[in-house]
Write a protein that binds this ligand. Sequence first.
Ligand SMILES: *Cc1c(COP(=O)(O)O)cnc(C)c1O
Length: 442
Amino acid sequence: MNCEEYLARDPSLVPIARQEEAVWINSRLLPYDMTKGISELVVSDADIADAAARLVRFAAFFRRAFPETEETQGIIESPLRPIPAMQRALSETYGADIPGRLYLKMDSHLAVAGSIKARGGIYEVLKHAEALAVDAGLITVRDDYAKFAEMKDFFSKYMIQVGSTGNLALSIGVVGAALGFRVRVHMSADAKQWKKELLRARGVEVVEYDDDFARAVREGRRASAVDPMSYFVDDERSRDLFMGYTVAGARLQNQLEEMNIPVDADHPLVVYIPAGIGGSPGGVSYGLRRIYGDDVHAFFVEPATCPSVLLGIATQAFEGVSVHDFGISGRTEADGLAVPCPSGFVTRLMTNQAAGIFTAIDAKLYDYLRLLDESEGIRIEPSSCAAFVGPLNLLRLPAAQAYCAAHGLTPQRLAASTQIAWATGGGFVPNEMWTAYLATYQ
Ligand SMILES: *Cc1c(COP(=O)(O)O)cnc(C)c1O
C-alpha cells in the first residue's frame, strides 16, 4: 500500500502525515491478559530475570572499572525525581491541565553512558563478553566478575561494531573499550560532533556517513560480517538490546515501592518514552507491562518529522515502512530519535501493548529544555525533551482524551496517577553544548 491508501484506511494518520503535533492512539491495544501468553513465548519473565541476574554478576566489574558506580554497588540505575516545579511551569506556559504527579526518570544521567542506551547497549556487550570468556574457560558464572577488568589482552583480539545516531555508539564504545575490545562505530549524519570526539578520545574508531541511520547500520552489518572476530550489535534486529531495556521494569517497581508510590487501577501509571527505532521504549514498556499489566499506560513519543515506530505499528508494515514513504524527511534536532525505519521486532511485539504515540515539534524541544533547566535545575538533551509533549497533550488532544475515557482513566484516577516523563539522554553533554542548546530558538 502507498501513503494515500494508508491514510484512507486510517484517517488518524492524516495529522501525522502533515507532521503536526499530534497523538496516534493504538486501536490494536489489547487487555494485558490477552497478550500475556503470546508474549511469554517471545520474551518471558524468566528471560527478563536472567538478564537482571547477568547485570548483578557484572556489578563487581563496574565497581572496579567505573568507580562512579560504587554508590549504587556497581548497578547502573537512575534516580526517579518528582518535578513539581516543571509540572507547574508546563501548565502555566502552555495552559495545560497536567493531572497527578509528574516525575522524571533520569536515564539521562545513567552512569557509564549518560543515556538510556546504558541499559540495552551495555547489556549486549556484557552478554557477548561473558559468552567469549566462558567459552575460553577464563571464567564461570559463579566467579567474581571483577576479573573482567583484567581480560583486556584476551578481548583485544575481538572487535565490536555498531551503527548509531550517537548514544548507542557511546554506550558500546565506552564499555567495550573498558573491557579491552576494539570498537568501530558507524555513525549517521545526524550524529552530533561532540559524541564522535568523545568516542575517539576513548580509542574508538569512528566511521562517518553522510547518510541516515539505516545506511550506517547496513554498512556496519556488512563490515562486521566479513570479519570472524567481529560482533555486530544490530539495533534493527537485536533481542539482547531489548532484554537489557526490559530490566528497567522491575528496577522502577523497586523505586516506586521505596517511595511509597502505589500503582493499581485507582493509581494508574502513565509513562512517556521517546522512541527512535523503538528498542528502548519498547523494552522498558514491555518490562512494565509484565509487572503492572493494564495499570500502566505506555506512550511513546517521536519527532513529528520522524514518526517511524508510529507508522510501523499503524500500517502493520513494521520494518517495511519508512517515514520517507509518507513524504516525511526524517530530519530532526532530536538526533537520538532520527531513525527513518523502525525495528521489526519491536513494532510487532508492541502492536498489542503500546497505548499510543505522541509526536513532538522540533522547535519546542529547546523550550522544554530551558523550562526544565529553569524550574528544576536539570539538563537533558533535546531528544529527551520530547517526552514532555505527552503529559502536556494527554488531556488536550481529543484522541488522547478518548483514550482516557475508554481505559478507565477517570478524572479521579488521573488525579491520583503517577506520570513519568522518561529522560533518555544528556548526562555526557559538554558544557559548551549546553550553552548552545540553552540559546537555541527555532
Ligand atoms: C536512542 C535514544 C532514544 C530511543 O531509543 P530507541 O531504542 O532508538 O527507540 C531516545 N532518546 C535518546 C536520547 C536516545 O539516544
